[in-house]
Design a binder for this molecule. Structure first.
Ligand SMILES: Cc1cc2nc3c(=O)[nH]c(=O)nc-3n(C[C@H](O)[C@H](O)[C@H](O)COP(=O)(O)O)c2cc1C
Length: 303
């Protein structure tokens, strides 16, 4: 049977539902030569802030059972260097580029989106309202529905490109935040960002992460992500991008069956840089074998 892997985020058409999650795939170039980029529908960049950021003190990464904790703290080159050094090469990669935007005030988010909104090589924005690793910053925004709705509305007024609001699982009711994003005019929501986690070195009797806590990611969080996508996709009409613990094509199919219109692979890029290809091909074969013609058709299978 003929299958169609394409999927939409607002007005943006992706050739296939496979994306790479912010902060785990650099700016894309780092993976050139390691995989076939035609199998990658979208690259979500490392978070871009108005000014360059060094990030948090070391150590800021530790492995855990079935995952990792990071406390990078949004280290990035800043808007200016992103424009001069990173954007010019994006067309070479061939995938759609979605810029992950972070900030410590609404003004900072607005400045980044406004500046990038006229640049052709950028196809959309993912607004990181959910980073657990910055002291005063995005987590505070991302947990209050009124803030989320207001900021989304303000950002939508600044650009014609799609706006995806990235949701944190570190809230009592994730659907309330998704509904607020939709009310503000978001084109999609993505979930989930990392869960707050801690690891203690019992020999050194010290925290493994300098900031004590960080964001837990990897296979350990997949069931949390799948449940979030299921609940959120029932609560809103806009597309849901599924993220969290995807390590093989079967995981991606679970997210699509739960209601995701596309997915992102995060931590597993560090384990297997070409995992994108396996996941792309696995989804396609599953669709063939199960008579699923389009990505939308996944959504009418489960109640
Ligand atoms: C090292 C690292 C850095 C990250 N940086 C960002 C970031 O800059 N912006 C963001 O929205 N999410 C960031 N994330 C979260 C991921 O994009 C993703 O939501 C999360 O890791 C869950 O997916 P996974 O289990 O497949 O890794 C980061 C995750 C990791 C592991």
């Amino acid at each position: 049977m003929n299958i169609d892997l394409s999927t939409n985020i607002g007005s943006l058409k992706l050739n296939n539902p496979v994306g790479t999650a912010s902060g785990t795939f650099g700016y894309g170039y780092e993976y050139e030569g390691l995989l076939d980029f035609t199998k990658l529908g979208a690259i979500y960049t490392k978070a871009i802030t108005l000014h360059p950021r060094q990030g948090n003190p070391l150590p800021r990464i530790v492995e855990t059972d079935s995952g990792m904790i990071n406390s990078i703290g949004l280290a990035n080159v800043g808007l200016e260097k992103f424009i001069t050094d990173k954007i010019p090469g994006f067309p070479r990669l061939g995938s759609k580029i979605i810029v992950n935007v972070a900030g410590s005030s609404p003004e900072e988010y607005k400045a980044v989106v406004e500046t990038l909104s006229e640049i052709e090589q950028i196809h959309g924005f993912e607004i990181n309202l959910s980073c657990p690793n910055v002291k005063q910053g995005c987590l505070a925004f991302g947990t209050d529905p009124r803030n989320v709705e207001n900021l989304t509305r303000q950002l939508k007024a600044l650009t014609k490109k799609p706006i995806i609001i990235k949701l944190t699982p570190n809230v009592t009711d994730i659907t309330a935040i998704a509904i607020a994003a939709e009310a503000g005019g978001a084109d999609a929501v993505s979930c989930i960002n990392t869960l707050v986690g801690m690891k203690i070195d019992i020999k050194k009797k010290d925290f493994c992460i300098a900031m004590k806590t960080g964001g837990l990611s990897g296979p350990a969080i997949k069931p949390v992500g799948v449940a979030a996508v299921y609940k959120v996709s029932k609560a809103v009409k806009i597309p849901v991008v599924g993220i969290g613990g995807i390590a093989k094509w079967e995981d991606a199919v679970e997210y699509l069956l739960a209601g995701a219109s596309s997915i992102q692979i995060g931590t597993y890029n560090f384990v297997e840089p070409a995992i994108v290809e396996e996941i792309h091909d696995g989804i396609a074969t599953y669709m063939q074998e199960n008579n699923i013609a389009t990505i939308k058709d996944f959504h009418s299978i489960l109640d």
